[in-house]
Every structure is written in structure tokens, then in C-alpha cells.
Write a protein that binds this ligand. Structure first.
Ligand SMILES: [Zn+2]
Length: 123
């Protein structure tokens, strides 16, 4: 199961938001409540690199994941560069994969907990 970070833009109030889900699915606008907005764009989060303490952890979401990414750890690296080259090397096997999103200190500020930042859907 791939995991996506969907970017939405409301056609009614032009508000924007993001949401994580296992597909590029429609969402309701959190600003005005407009229903069934389609994602504007989508980042694949099937693989990601998370900064944990002084290590960079490479994770991927296995096929069995359905309602949560259920990330499995693939490896830990001292530097971000090592982590990306590990992922790039595995990409040679599947060139359709895109660059991973980077979580942690580099791109996300104020994330509540190492794994607790995902919003859950009540559906
Ligand atoms: Zn709206």
C-alpha cells in the first residue's frame, strides 16, 4: 500500500490543507466544510526518512498497510546523505519511485511526536 500526503485546495473558499491517506482520495474542506475536494497534488510517502536523535531512519510502508502507513524500518544512517543514497540505490530496482519526503528536523517543525503526527480519519 502506498501512502500519500495529499495537498488540497478548496474550490469554494480557496483554503488549502494537507492530509495523509493511503490513496489520493477526496477530502472535505476543514475551513468551510465543502465536500469531496480532490487533491491538488500528492506526495508519495511510501518511503520516508525520519530524523531520530542523531540518526536518520529509512522507513517504508508495506503492502499490507491499509489504514495506517505501518512503517517498517529499513535502516539507520549517520547522515541524511547516506540515507538518501541507500534509497537511491534501492530505486535502481524500481525507477518509478519518486524521491522520499523527509520528516523530522529538516522539513517539519513542531511535529508532536516521532510517530504520532498522523491525522486519523474517522471513516
Ligand atoms: Zn473551503
Amino acid at each position: 500500500m502506498a501512502w500519500f500526503l495529499n495537498h488540497y485546495k478548496c474550490a469554494r473558499c480557496h483554503g488549502s490543507w494537507t492530509d495523509e491517506w493511503s490513496c489520493m482520495c477526496d477530502d472535505d474542506c476543514p475551513h468551510c466544510g465543502a465536500r469531496h475536494m480532490s487533491p491538488d497534488s500528492s506526495d508519495e510517502l511510501t518511503e520516508l526518512i525520519e530524523e531520530e536523535g542523531n540518526a536518520f531512519v529509512v522507513r517504508w510502508s508495506p503492502e499490507s498497510a491499509e489504514h495506517t502507513p505501518d512503517y517498517q524500518e529499513l535502516g539507520r544512517f549517520q547522515t541524511y546523505e547516506e540515507a538518501t543514497s541507500f534509497l537511491m540505490a534501492s530505486r535502481h530496482l524500481d525507477s518509478s519511485l519518486s524521491m522520499p519526503a523527509v520528516r523530522g528536523g529538516r522539513s517539519t517543525i513542531g511535529r508532536p511526536s516521532p510517530r504520532g503526527g498522523l491525522k486519523r480519519k474517522g471513516r
